[in-house]
Design a binder for this molecule. Structure first.
Ligand code: MF3
Ligand code: CO
Length: 260
């Protein structure tokens, strides 16, 4: 077969293509480990962007966010009530903050996209719980993404976990297909009824990325036209993995070799 297999706008990857995305994912996971270690009081979000860019150069990958619709960083740094797409700059991290670190790399033309939210120094019990529940909601979404399941089973699983804790799941921003482009079809909402949408087929690669607010789900875009805030100024957390659908449980591509 020549060229990618396209099914209704959704591109299914070959094992060889998945291998390149796995390589991208491993490298990205290592970079996020380094960034997590540097998210300390006194460090600026711009410092983290520079560290991320240096790590990419050293590891032979290209940043995927830089220049994407004019985005100025290689990393998104979203602090406290910032949900996603925070632009790195002069902001100084302080003890008790939480920061979302969202990064994307390209290896030999193939993308990986992943995010973590981490505490800066010691953080409140409420912030820790929000991060734990958000990570758990992502894991539930990934667990629901089995070959033969339906697309909306993912969002339903995410929403169930987040709302059981009393949190709001962001509606206006969603996960996505991923491959040679950062954003491919299908969109992957983090809410909804189960059993709807396309049947998940082996080789489909998805970025599953719940954004969970301690308060309501409503959002507001800031004056820089990028940073997305919670409308009610409540804390927000974000986790993301790139996965590939298989016959059974999905494989997470954005993990380190050691964790795989
Ligand atoms: N993980 C985010 C997303 O999928 C990151 C994109 S930021 C951008 O939308 F700068 F690339 F736009
Ligand atoms: Co993404």
């Amino acid at each position: 077969m020549a060229g990618p297999m396209v099914q209704g706008g959704v591109i299914v990857k070959s094992p060889q293509e998945v291998a390149l995305m796995r390589k991208a994912g491993r490298i990205l996971a290592e970079i996020l480990v380094v960034l997590r270690e540097h998210a300390l009081p006194g460090v600026t979000t711009g410092d983290l962007n520079k560290i991320a860019h240096d790590e990419m150069k050293q590891r032979g990958v290209v940043p995927s966010f830089l220049g994407y619709h004019g985005y100025p960083g290689v990393l998104c740094t979203s602090v406290n009530e910032e949900i996603v797409h925070g632009i790195p700059g002069k902001k100084v991290l302080k003890q008790g903050d939480i920061i979302g670190l969202d990064c994307g790399v390209i290896y030999e033309g193939w993308q990986a996209d992943s995010a973590i939210t981490v505490g800066v120094g010691v953080v409140s019990a409420q912030a820790t719980k929000l991060m734990d529940v958000t990570r758990a909601s992502m894991e539930a979404g990934i667990a629901a993404a089995r070959g033969g399941a339906r697309l909306s089973d993912i969002g339903h699983a995410v929403q169930t976990v987040a709302e059981a804790a009393g949190y709001g799941v962001v509606r206006e921003y969603v996960g996505h297909g991923i491959g040679q482009k950062l954003h491919e079809e299908p969109q992957v909402p983090n809410f909804g009824q189960p059993g709807r949408g396309m049947v998940l087929k082996p080789g489909l690669c998805l970025a599953i990325e719940p954004m969970v607010n301690a308060g309501g789900w409503q959002t507001k875009v800031g004056g820089d036209n990028w940073t997305v805030f919670t409308a009610d100024k409540s804390l927000s957390a974000h986790f993301e993995h790139t996965i590939v659908i298989t016959e059974g449980a999905p494989e997470i591509l954005t993990v380190t070799e050691a964790a795989a």
